[in-house]
Design a protein around this ligand. Structure first.
Ligand SMILES: [Cu+2]
Length: 282
């Protein structure tokens, strides 16, 4: 077998493998997206699929046109070529049709951009800070529970515990499912980028700037991401690991974290006394 043949055969095989092994981790020879775990990623996938149809249709149309021109107007079949240089209806058509296609693309594209930008109803906030070369996480709604997550070095990876080389961290970020989580993303040293493919979130983490995104995880599970902005020599070694769990499990975890970090429970909210009317000087 020749080498190109092997490569082609592997590529075809990978098509089947990638559809079989859909998970929230990169799969070997995987094509396409990781399985979606949030409404943002659902919409991104739909938009991507729509674009794929449009791109395929345009490509097929141009190929047919090219083949027609090559055969119909080749020198032997068409010895005296036409001298026509302008055709007004045709020129209008090939300007208007692409404009219509672009409008068809731009409307859902902008809708999606606004949808991804922020959630109208935030249930909780997670602050994410990029460092050289790890991530810091903070839960401001829960007394400021915070921790840092470092990659587990390759030598310490426990495969039997489901840990994955270059993706597992020592402190996975626990979040509740079916909760609108506002993500506030920043960095403390250089520019990083917070990316979790299954969430459809990719945001620059810029020192001195707070970028916002959001996620609502629909399925419990473990989700992985990586820094996506070259940030220094260990850029490849600052993975992101999320564990999405049902709400009661999250409450238990956060209570445990508060205890471990010595954070007192916030006092029960009491109604603030009505402000006394301000006396103006007489
Ligand atoms: Cu990086």
């Amino acid at each position: 077998m020749t080498k190109p043949f092997i490569v082609a055969a592997l590529a075809v095989l990978s098509l089947f493998i990638s559809t079989a092994a859909c998970a929230a981790v990169p799969s070997e020879w995987g094509l396409g997206f990781q399985e979606s775990a949030s409404p943002i990623m659902d919409r991104l996938q739909h938009f991507h699929d729509m674009l794929l149809y449009i791109i395929a249709a345009i490509t097929v149309f141009v190929m047919i046109l090219l083949a027609y021109v090559i055969i119909r107007f080749r020198a032997s079949a068409n010895p005296t070529p036409s001298k026509t240089t302008h055709n007004v209806p045709l020129e209008i058509l090939w300007t208007v049709v692409p404009v219509i296609i672009l409008i068809v693309i731009v409307i859902p594209s902008l809708q999606l951009l606004f949808y991804m930008d922020r959630t109208e109803k935030t249930d909780m906030t997670l602050k994410i800070t990029g460092y050289q070369w790890y991530w810091g996480y903070e839960y401001p709604d829960f007394g400021g529970v915070n921790f840092q997550a470092n990659m587990i070095p390759e030598a310490e990876i426990k495969k039997e515990a489901g840990q994955i080389r270059l993706l597992s961290t020592d402190n996975p970020v626990v979040i509740p499912t079916d909760t609108n989580i506002q993500l506030l993303i920043t960095a403390a040293d250089v520019i990083h980028a917070f990316t979790v493919p299954a969430f459809g979130v990719k945001k620059d983490a810029v020192p001195g700037r707070l970028n916002e995104s959001w996620v609502r995880v629909t399925k419990p599970g473990t989700y992985y991401g990586q820094c996506s902005e070259i940030c220094g020599k260990n850029h490849a070694y600052m993975p992101i690991e999320f564990k999405a769990v049902p709400k009661p499990e999250f409450d238990a975890w956060i209570a445990e974290q508060k205890k471990a970090q010595g954070i007192a429970d916030a006092p029960a909210q009491t109604k603030a006394p009505d402000a006394a009317p301000v006396k103006t000087g007489t």
